[in-house]
Ligand binder design. Structure first.
Ligand code: MLT
Length: 255
């Protein structure tokens, strides 16, 4: 198992930490609007998972979602705090589930954005292997044609599409391949939902084509006391497609 590594991040604000974990094949800049819009109530920390952006690129061999969670736990310690409010978008949500299993004492509350608790089925697992092979051969940008239209809502504007494209292209192929294989092997977290004891918020883009809204509502229903907020004019990357609505839901939750 790879050795835990301290992650790089962007931060803004002071006070209790809100730590945000991006999806695939993205990076910390996904949360630029959360850094701007929530820094008056939290020290907002948006991490780069290993192998991209400001984080070390070594040791991608055999990484799992648990490796990513251990990296986040080490990063939380390095921030000098005991626990954080943690938010994860899509793959970032998978990391949040692992963090809850492996480092529950470090989590004050959870915000699950455009994600799901189920593991991959057999067909999806095979798809991950194709994705890993494709990016290794042709670069992460090769995913743009198939994945980008599924990520964004039809109402998402060109500026947001451009930012997503930039993140795809900045993610090294070996990192995207490691992400894909880590997602292939992730555990099913559905059975854990009923035991989440910290406050929970589930946020989901109304037009999410990858993970239907109804599934997210069911996930929220399974987490004791969790709140659910549907985000209009957003697909699978609500944090960047409709940041005002996402920030307003997070602000209300954290208050
Ligand atoms: C993501 O947005 O992080 C990924 O699409 C999640 C997944 O493929 O399961």
């Amino acid at each position: 198992m790879p050795v835990p590594t301290k992650l790089g991040y962007d931060e803004a604000g002071t006070g209790p930490v809100l730590l945000l974990i991006h999806g695939f094949p993205l990076d910390r800049t996904l949360f630029a609007e959360q850094l701007k819009g929530l820094s008056d109530i939290r020290r907002v920390v948006a991490v780069d998972l290993r192998g991209r952006g400001k984080s070390p690129s070594s040791d991608l061999e055999g990484v799992t979602i648990d490796t990513y969670a251990d990296d986040v736990a080490l990063t939380i310690e390095s921030l000098g705090v005991d626990k954080v409010d943690v938010g994860g978008l899509s793959m970032g949500g998978y990391v949040v589930f692992s963090l809850l299993r492996r480092h529950p004492g470090k989590v004050a509350s959870v915000i699950l954005i455009d994600t799901k608790s189920q593991a991959d089925g057999d067909e999806a697992k095979q798809g991950r292997e194709k994705v890993a092979a494709l990016v290794r051969e042709q670069g992460t940008g090769a995913l743009l044609d198939t994945l980008l239209p599924k990520l964004a809502s039809p109402s998402t504007n060109d500026a947001v599409l451009g930012k997503l494209r930039t993140m795809f292209e900045a993610t090294p192929p070996e990192t995207a391949a490691a992400d894909a294989l880590a997602m292939r092997d992730r555990l099913d977290s559905t059975g854990d939902l009923g035991s989440i004891v910290v406050p929970g918020l589930v946020i989901h883009g109304e037009d999410d084509a990858l993970m239907p809204l109804e599934g997210a509502r069911e996930m929220a229903d399974a987490i004791p006391g969790a709140e659910f907020v549907a985000i209009p004019r957003a697909g699978h990357v609500a944090a960047i497609e409709n940041p005002e609505a996402v920030n307003s839901a997070v602000r209300k939750f954290l208050a």
